[in-house]
Ligand binder design. Structure first.
Ligand SMILES: *Cc1c(COP(=O)(O)O)cnc(C)c1O
Length: 381
């Protein structure tokens, strides 16, 4: 049997050009072809993040390393941090901040909800915060945060604004420079559409200045922007340099993925993810599946988080897999066994939507045709 369709919130299915780049034998890290790819990928990431004045860092590791790089470089022991808490990955950010010596104030709401802007502002007003962190899409809950409004609050209170864009960059609208976001991090395997294994960070000018103004050295050697900056600058200028061996195969795949994002165009890609989400929502509503985000405007466009219906449990995920589609179980500790998640980012198109909706319908014992038809109607607008 052929490999099942991978519809989890990362890693995701690859476009053929990205898969082909990833399937080549590895290039050396000094190979001129690799240097050219690395240079193109770094420059292209500035476009993807909408950060013409940003400094990209691409390092072997998963998204959690990207989170740790952001924290390790911006936080010094005793700094205050405000975390907008929208789920499991916001909690992870709080843990990382604490591990690096920050005093963390988590501002959250119930499962599937977000704190109000006034609640976040109150936390920022209660004392100067070094950073405000926002999880753009919390992949555990499918909750989408209003980054633009939150970033404006952070800037108004003098905090550096850090966005975990691991499940949003290249799919949800994000204008790093225009919205005053100081650092955005992501990973290769989510909406960027490359294989897993690269931590990607874009640091804006205020974040880089904060690094230069530190009183203490960055505690992590591998995560230190200072070690990586000359390497990234060299590669972007089409010169090779060595600090720690880059994941050359993944850099080649990233180059192909970034080229594809730019060829599609960011506004077109954001709009396409909006249509995919509308199609999925139409199908879920036809199947009477209730979303975990409490209001439609809180729902991400990169994945669906859905409660199991009455009388159905986590075995549903296995039954969907038996239909040839891989979806993910729950992740948030409060509700892990009560919901499942379907990723729909990157190369997802009409055939993938049809297969996924049909598989979920069949696994639920419901007729697939009405749900598929509802999805396709919504997709075509
Ligand atoms: C996937 C994800 C992470 C963790 O990334 P890893 O690559 O698994 O380390 C963190 N935050 C968000 C929002 C994510 O979606």
């Amino acid at each position: 049997m052929s490999q099942p369709l991978l519809m989890i919130p990362g890693p995701i299915e690859l476009e053929p050009a990205v898969a082909a780049a990833a399937a080549r034998p590895p290039l050396g890290h000094l190979d001129p072809e690799l240097v050219a790819m690395f240079s193109r990928a770094l420059g292209g990431l500035r476009e993807v993040f909408r950060a013409p004045d940003g400094q990209p860092f691409v390092v072997a590791g998963s998204g959690t390393l990207a989170m740790e790089m952001g924290v390790a470089n911006l936080i010094e022991r005793g700094d205050r941090a405000v975390v907008v808490d929208s789920g499991y990955f916001s909690a992870r950010m709080a843990t990382l901040l604490e591990r690096h010596g920050a005093q963390v104030r988590r501002v959250g709401a119930g499962l599937g909800d977000l704190p109000t802007l006034a609640e976040v502002e109150a936390a920022l007003s209660s004392g100067p915060a070094r950073v405000l962190t926002i999880t753009h899409v919390d992949t555990s809950t499918g909750v989408l945060a209003p980054v633009r409004e939150l970033a404006a609050l952070g800037a108004r209170h003098g905090a550096l604004v850090v966005v975990d864009g691991i499940c949003s960059v290249a799919a949800e609208p994000l204008e790093m420079q225009a919205w005053g976001v100081d650092l955005v991090l992501t990973a290769s395997q989510k909406a960027l559409g490359a294989p897993p294994g690269l931590a990607i960070v874009m640091a804006g000018p205020r974040a880089m200045a904060a690094l230069g103004a530190r009183r203490t050295p960055v505690a992590s050697y591998y995560a230190d922007f200072g070690e990586w900056l000359p390497i990234m600058q060299a590669y972007e200028a089409r010169k090779a340099a060595y600090f720690a061996t880059p994941a050359t195969t993944l850099v080649a795949a990233l180059d192909a993925a970034v080229a594809s994002v730019i060829a599609e165009g960011l506004p077109a890609r954001w709009a396409r993810h909006g249509r995919i989400a509308a199609a999925m929502n139409a199908a879920w509503s036809a199947l009477s599946l209730r979303p975990l985000p409490r209001r439609p405007e809180l729902a991400a466009h990169t994945l669906s988080a859905l409660y199991y219906p009455e009388g159905v449990d986590a075995q549903l995920v296995g039954r969907i897999r038996d239909q040839g589609v891989v979806v993910a179980g729950g992740l948030h500790p409060e509700a892990r066994a009560r919901y499942f998640r379907v990723g729909h980012m990157g190369a997802t198109g009409e055939p993938e939507i049809r297969r996924t909706v049909a598989a979920v319908a069949r696994a639920l014992g419901q007729p697939e045709q009405p749900a598929v038809a509802a999805a396709i109607r919504a997709l075509r607008g």
